[in-house]
Ligand binder design. Sequence first.
Ligand code: NDP
Length: 451
Amino acid sequence: MSQSHQAQIDAFMAQVAAQNAHEPEFIQAVQEVAETVIPFIADHPQYAKHRILERMVEPERTIIFRVPWTTDSGEVQINRGYRVEFNSAIGPYKGGLRFHPTVTLSVLKFLGFEQVFKNSLTTLPLGGGKGGSDFNPKGKSDAEVMRFCQSFMTELSRHIGPNTDVPAGDIGVGGREIGYLFGQYKRLRNEFTGVLTGKGRNWGGSLIRPEATGYGTVYFAAEMLATKGQSFEGKSAVISGSGNVAQYAAEKCIHMGAKVLTMSDSKGFIHDPAGIDHAKLQWIMDLKNKRRGRIQEYVNQFPGATFHAGQRPWGIACHAAFPCATQNELNEEEAQALVNNGCIVVTEGANMPSTPEAIEVFNKAKVLFAPGKASNAGGVATSGLEMSQNSLRISWSGEEVDSRLLNIMKDIHSQCVAYGKNADGHVDYVRGANIAGFVKVADSMIDQGVV
Ligand code: NDP
């Protein structure tokens, strides 16, 4: 990178850091974009003239609210609720809700900022937003989760709508929570609309939406491997997480002929050298989704496997790695271990799971590396397809949605290649995704004037 580009990036980031002190995750997400987009803007001065990047790092609106609720024993609890409406240049705000004790404004701003680029890449008319709460659904009864969701939606309902802002699930927000949130919105507004995605099949949900993020991530990885004339057949895969994204990434890996060696949760990871097959995965889905158990219970059921408490799975040798749990869960040392053990492709199912230092290791080693904003965009893309079905009041078959998802992932991959291919043929998917996502939003912002 030239010295003048570096100076521009440093000046821009100093300003962002000063205006967003105490928001490390948000600053990290902006830094990654700035490093690739600022050199591009230098060759396209219209974006500098309209101060597009400066406007894009400022959310259009941020809502923070009190969420009071009562436990089953009648105790009053207070959590904090958020919705960050980041950018609506190309469509209504769209992005998930996260319920987890680690939720802060910084985390939601990083997720909302990334969402703007991701949604642009899907080719669908979706703006970017994100929201959630520091509420922890773990260990709560269904009735407590319901009361929390009803209280959260009582305030959120003033700010969202099918043409304004359409939230979905994320960590801690699955089908159960979306159901309670939707029920309360409908009751308050007295209207049945597609205001949330990830809905149940009987009340406006789309087939394949639960599978879409995991499936899409593996479709994207298959496209990456194809650039090297390779496929998943006979390859080994290491997956972190055991939630929605991890489960369906595992299912698609197995389906495509790979051997899945690991899954994890926040307490540690399981390693099954024989491979997690369809039947074992079904057992995990039952454990996590119905019995709400912990991944370590796997080793009691399948004795060939081992549980590694407090550790992450990146030390296990594999061809393909899929971080599918949370942000900053794969660091420099772990990236080096993956490279040393022969990993050739790293595809993010989670948002920003690799630290900047880890990404640097992958780049140096010329490992195929895809950032979540490109590779996990299948979830929001299928949410976009759910919105289309709701508007048309029709329901597509699973095959129809899956084939649209596959085509969208191929399209995102092509956009990344178009903007990210280096002279030596290696594809920098981070640069490709950032620039391709940026251009569509930036051009729309210019068209719409200074708003
Ligand atoms: P889930 O809540 O279904 O699962 C999350 C998984 O990650 C669980 O196994 C959980 O373990 C683990 N996890 C969560 N927080 C931590 C932590 N701090 N440290 C270690 N492990 C952790 O969420 P999803 O599968 O929906 O989301 C996973 C990732 O994918 C997130 O980054 C999310 O933003 C991203 N994503 C999700 C999409 C979706 O459609 N759901 C769309 C695009 C991106 P435990 O149970 O122990 O907490």
